[in-house]
Design a protein around this ligand. Structure first.
Ligand SMILES: Nc1ncnc2c1ncn2[C@@H]1O[C@H](COP(=O)(O)OP(=O)(O)OP(=O)(O)O)[C@@H](O)[C@H]1O
Ligand SMILES: [Mg+2]
Length: 323
């Protein structure tokens, strides 16, 4: 079985804009742009993981280039470990070509994780974009538009993708269940999938597929696949920190946010819920620390650094008490 059939995230990846779940305002603004293909501006997609950014970029490529898409599209990941210089070289080489076949208005370059580029690299990219704009359009993809330098942002039409809400995710999972002939799903199973994947539809579908691999889908299976629920994991991390085990807590936090894609502010929300469920003195101090870092994240500070600093402060509470 080819991979696209095996993995439901691929098998059910939307092929048309109207099949995308949610993202209504994005679709509304993008549709007219696709009707005048020759005038397409550079695009910047920003939004959380598993919300449809790459999927939308692929749909646009198909719409504009049709069967010739593979010849006229370059897809790169800006965080490629071979380095930004390699990325820049490849973009430059690709953008330079001006040959065009009938019906091909320009070449397309999809640059994923563009917010991982340094400001210098982005400045160089800006120049490449300017020089090649007659023959080339860029689709830049990132999680946070704040990671993209202003001059690049101003050269793109910006589209913001929203984290998917529970209703849309469960409706989508039910449709997949129907096609895969999985028995009617219990609402609490669906809500537990949503709870542990936080609006990331890719993760939700993956979890759903893994949990129903052996036939019947149950709450126990979902829990077994996720380990404990995300909230539980955040609770563990907070407890580790409060026990003074900073390094251990930090590693687990990085894993949870990077591998499982838990948004940083949700981390704080769950941490708060877990803390208020606990008893004991020092609770007030801990909550004050959480509130301080919540504020910093809202102000746009670098999330992983802030959460690390927060865990350090929580650990310090214990060490202060222990003196
Ligand atoms: N809005 C959506 N509608 C329907 N399916 C979606 C949507 N968003 C994500 N999916 C599902 O999740 C999979 C991954 O989506 P996609 O690659 O577009 O995410 P992304 O936003 O690029 O995430 P990342 O930032 O992690 O790269 C898709 O193959 C599809 O099955
Ligand atoms: Mg993507």
């Amino acid at each position: 079985m080819p991979l696209e059939e095996m993995m439901w995230v691929e098998k059910y990846r939307p092929k048309k804009l109207e099949d995308l779940v949610n993202q209504a305002s994005m679709k509304e603004r993008l549709t007219p742009l696709l009707e005048r293909k020759g005038e397409l501006p550079h695009l910047l997609f920003a939004g959380p993981p598993g919300s449809g950014k790459t999927t939308t970029a692929l749909i646009i490529v198909k719409e504009i280039l049709g069967d010739l898409s593979s010849d006229y599209t370059l897809s790169l990941n800006a965080s490629d470990e071979r380095g930004i210089d390699m990325v820049r070289e490849r973009v430059k080489n690709f953008a330079r070509y001006s040959d065009r076949r009938d019906g091909v208005p320009f070449r397309l370059i999809i640059l994923d994780e563009a917010d991982s580029m340094t400001a210098d690299a982005q400045t160089a990219l800006r120049r490449i974009m300017e020089e090649s704009s007659q023959f080339t359009r860029f689709i830049l993809i990132c999680n946070y538009s704040s990671g993209i330098i202003e001059p690049l942002q101003s050269r793109c039409a910006i589209f913001r993708f929203q984290r998917l809400d529970e209703g849309s995710v469960t409706t989508h999972l039910k449709e997949i269940a129907k096609k895969e002939k999985i028995k009617p799903l219990e609402p609490r199973v669906l809500s537990s999938i949503y709870e542990s994947t936080n609006g990331d539809l890719r993760q939700a579908i993956n979890l759903f597929q893994a949990a129903s691999a052996s036939g019947e889908l149950s709450l126990e299976k979902v829990k077994a696949v996720t380990g404990a629920t995300v909230k539980g994991r955040v609770g563990d991390i907070v407890r580790l920190a409060l026990d003074g085990e900073f390094e251990n807590a930090r590693l687990k936090m990085v894993e949870l946010t990077r591998v499982y894609g838990i948004p940083e502010r949700d981390f704080l929300k769950f941490a708060n819920e877990e803390l208020t469920n606990q008893k004991g003195d020092g609770l007030g101090d801990a909550i004050k620390i959480l509130a301080e870092y919540d504020y910093r994240l809202v102000m746009g500070a670098q999330p992983e650094l802030q959460l690390t600093a927060m865990l350090a402060e929580l650990s310090a509470l214990k060490n202060r008490k222990g003196e």
